[in-house]
Design a protein around this ligand. Structure first.
Ligand code: ATP
Ligand code: MG
Length: 560
């Protein structure tokens, strides 16, 4: 039984099962409807995995539809990047790429139908007046003085609005529902606004634009979407969407189902706030590895499989919750552990001279590429007289629990030899290099006499090492829910230590076989990825996530 089948089905899949069993539907059609006004983030990934995932599981279809009803904030750049991100996550819409703006004429015709039925009217009130008349949750609203215009007058005015006769904000088209309805969304919501603005898809063809509430349900209806899956904040818009569809003759009525949006700790997910972080220079752009954007996660080395796995594991619920960022990292680790090739990389190098090793000798040691995947094979790593080890792997005056290298002590170099430290060279207080001897009998890291050492360390041969800049990342915010703290701005909680750049790290030469976005493990140091800004003479590497319980795991691998 697959992991998927073992888990009980979520409430949305249960509804779909029921709809298929009862014959309400004989096929399933979903859609992912992004507004092209920003880059996708991991919250969108949840929705993408849900919509495209359901289509796959039920042998149905999933459309990609750009909800581009607002001309002022939307740009083609975002359209392209959203398409790229969905493909990167591993999903495809085939030939079903749609734009809500393609339905502007159809939506307008539907609006005329409502006007003719006396269900919509043109209102000359200002935005302020409309808002003042709306009432509150405890007080009913007031009817607009323009509410009882005749059908003929309304028809005449909406056509002239469309022809461009009026200025921005001079008139709106409103649904005629109920100004004392307990649900504020039902108090004569706006259907059309005048906006003399160019649209990225329709150019200057339109100067009236549909409101989100008017457009959204119609888009799903026009495309024959069987299950319109959206987040909880649209729950109290559903009666309005239903009302619109019910007023129109012969239109398809999709079923809207709401689910909890993904909230992730120590980060923010709103496009507006993400944009602010970039515009105000807190991060280096939309693909900064600290951001929860798909582009950022990709640059951080999080694989599509790990993001899909994460989305599956967190599941679908009816109640909002906050998911621990550490769980996302756990999913990344699980995936990369299986797939990432291993390399040796020394982040903070300390020079080691093996005094009894022949001056010009180089030995190529066989190293396992991935202990979790035999088919990944082996590679050769050079061993020579001068090496680098991690500074933190040496202590001149070792504390009680420090088992790695110190004066007089013997340790194993992974895939190398046993070495023993004989001398420390200092410049003032700073250790410049250390001297060791090696035991030629211990090639490969095993002693024929069975003697044991307490530590196994990684190393890189100095003459063969490749220099790299390595970036280590930390949480972007210091509190779990930076956007949810009363009387504070989310930017008050930026973590000033969210990025650490280390120059002149020393990496084994095989690293040059990798290309940007390739992920790998530096033994004992974590999972990493080649940064796309890497050039032929400047290698840049980002850490995706540290290894947890790294030392224990490493010893375990060594024994195998
Ligand atoms: P934001 O609040 O970040 O601006 P949005 O909801 O306005 O996001 P859209 O482009 O409208 O962004 O989103 C496209 C789809 O992705 C919608 O169906 C929306 O419900 C879903 N979505 C957005 N954010 C999340 C989230 N955090 N969790 C789950 N689904 C989400
Ligand atoms: Mg939205």
């Amino acid at each position: 039984m697959s992991e998927n089948e073992q888990k009980s089905k979520d409430f949305i899949r249960e509804i779909i099962d029921h709809d298929l069993e009862t014959g309400k539907h004989d096929h399933i059609h979903t859609r992912f409807p992004p507004e092209p006004n920003g880059y996708l983030h991991i919250g969108h990934a949840k929705s993408i995995c849900l919509n495209f995932g359901i289509a796959e599981e039920y042998d149905g279809l999933c459309n990609l539809r750009f909800d581009d009803t607002n001309p002022s904030k939307e740009e083609m750049e975002y359209v392209d990047s959203i398409k790229e991100d969905i493909h990167w996550l591993g999903f495809d819409w085939d030939d079903r790429l749609y734009f809500a703006s393609d339905y502007f004429q159809q939506m307008y015709d539907y609006a005329l139908e409502l006007v003719k039925k006396g269900k919509a009217y043109v209102d000359d009130s200002s935005a302020e007046e409309i808002s003042a008349y709306r009432g509150t949750l405890t007080h009913p609203g007031k009817e607009s003085p323009y509410r009882n215009r005749s059908v003929e007058e309304n028809l005449n005015l909406i056509q002239r609005m469309k022809e461009g006769e009026f200025k921005d904000g001079e008139k709106v088209l409103r649904a005629k529902i109920d100004m004392s309805h307990p649900n504020l969304n039902m108090r004569d919501p706006i259907m059309y606004r005048i906006l003399h603005a160019s649209h990225h898809h329709t150019g200057d063809k339109w100067c009236i634009y549909p409101s989100y509430d008017w457009a959204h349900g119609l888009e799903d209806s026009i495309e024959g979407i069987t299950h319109s899956l959206c987040t909880l904040e649209f729950e109290n818009h559903r009666p309005l969407y239903d009302w619109f569809i019910d007023q129109l003759d012969d239109v398809y009525h999709p079923q809207q189902i709401e689910f909890a949006r993904l909230n992730l700790s120590y980060t923010i997910m709103s496009k507006r706030m993400l944009k602010q972080l970039i515009d105000e220079g807190y991060v280096d752009g939309w693909d900064d590895p600290r951001l929860p954007t798909i582009k950022g996660l990709r640059r951080r080395g999080f694989s599509p499989a790990s993001i899909r796995h994460f989305c599956k594991e967190i599941g679908i619920a009816k109640v909002n919750s906050l998911i621990d960022y550490a769980f996302l990292e756990h999913c990344v680790r699980q995936d990369l552990n299986k797939t990432a090739p291993r390399f040796m990389g020394v982040l903070r190098p300390l020079k080691v001279v093996i005094d009894n090793y022949p001056e010009d000798q180089v030995e190529y040691m066989e190293a396992v590429n991935n202990p979790e995947d035999e088919s990944a094979g082996t590679r050769k790593i050079p061993f020579s007289k001068t090496l680098y080890i991690e500074r933190t792997d040496f202590m001149e005056n070792p504390s009680k629990k420090f088992y790695r290298l110190s004066l007089g002590r013997e340790v194993r170099l992974r895939y190398g030899y046993f070495i023993r430290c004989t001398d420390v060279v200092k410049d003032g207080d700073e250790i410049v290099e250390i001297h060791c001897t090696y035991d030629p009998e211990t090639k490969g890291g095993y002693a024929p006499d069975g003697r044991r050492v307490k530590a196994t360390m990684h190393f890189v041969s100095a003459d063969h090492a490749v220099d790299a800049e390595v970036r280590l990342y930390n949480r972007l915010f210091t509190v779990e829910d930076p956007a949810g703290v009363k009387n504070k701005k989310f930017t008050d909680f930026i973590n000033s230590d969210s990025k650490e750049t280390i120059s002149h790290c020393k990496i084994e030469p095989n690293i040059t076989s990798l290309k940007p976005y390739d992920t790998f493990q530096f033994e004992r140091n974590g999972y990493f990825v080649i940064d796309p800004d890497t050039t032929s003479d400047h290698l840049m590497i980002n850490r995706s996530v540290a290894l947890r319980g790294k030392w224990k795991n490493f010893r375990h691998q060594q024994k195998k």
